[in-house]
Design a protein around this ligand. Sequence first.
Ligand SMILES: O=C(O)c1cc(C(=O)O)oc(=O)c1
Length: 306
Amino acid sequence: MTTSFRRTPGWLDWYAEPSRPRYRLPEGAVDAHCHVFGPGAAFPFAPERRYTPCDASRDQLFALRDHLGFARTVVVQATCHGADNSAMVDALRASGGLARGVATVRPDVSDAELRELHEAGVRGVRFNFVKRLVDAAPRQDLRDVALRIAPYGWHVVVYFEAADLPDLRDFLLSVPVPLVVDHMGRPDVTKDPDGPEFGAFLDLMRARPDIWCKVTCPERLSVSGPPALDGERSAYRDVVPFARRVVEEFPDRVLWGTDWPHPNLVSHMPDDGLLVDFVPHIAPTPELRRKLLVDNPTRLYWPDAG
Ligand SMILES: O=C(O)c1cc(C(=O)O)oc(=O)c1
């Protein structure tokens, strides 16, 4: 019996025919933030999910990787799969070592499960504080998880909104493993990049040398646009000052990714080829782009590759 899942009303499927980027990605470039969704018939979506996506399979993810010119992939567990990491692990196992993963685990996860996840290529866990996506786990549970994964050398990927940073800051700084912040902590880009809100995020980055930042998801944050559609090679201009600030101040601990298949977008679905052309606007030199796309993600996820 195959379970059929009905997409959340208004769901936007990923962009079917992405352009080729004009910007030619460097050798060894890593898409450091993307997901797989099911397919639902093989990997049912979690009952506690807050949305029901379209299918977005590992093979479709790898085809996009090759189309855009990435060499490697970091597959991040999507909240629609809860703590059932099987779709993500399946993608890692099918990748021939070209994909690493970030899992969602509960505090009672067994050591056998952690070892199996590590063997498959998982190198981190995700703590999600975005209220529309999950009921955030109690802080003590998250601390327990961090202690469980520390022996594996894993890090913690955190997803939060800028308004919640003041309340989260002390907890984040207490996590005893490296942190990787998704989507710059979702700044309000109508505010001043030199203002107190983004300043609080930059201060978090300055507080510890092992806090990394994904300068990702301009399509989620932009108010001004223009969208990465119809050949637009200079998209989401209001996000550029924020991302560029992070890249220039922390060049050795920034990462970039497509966020394909782009869950929960409502205004439009970006052409992933044009999204790649956003990168030169935020990393304006070849050296910064090599750090952002190759050196940093390789050091974090493939430390033995060198
Ligand atoms: O903003 C979002 O809706 C979103 C959701 C997820 C997820 O459901 O895992 O991941 C993301 O990176 C962003």
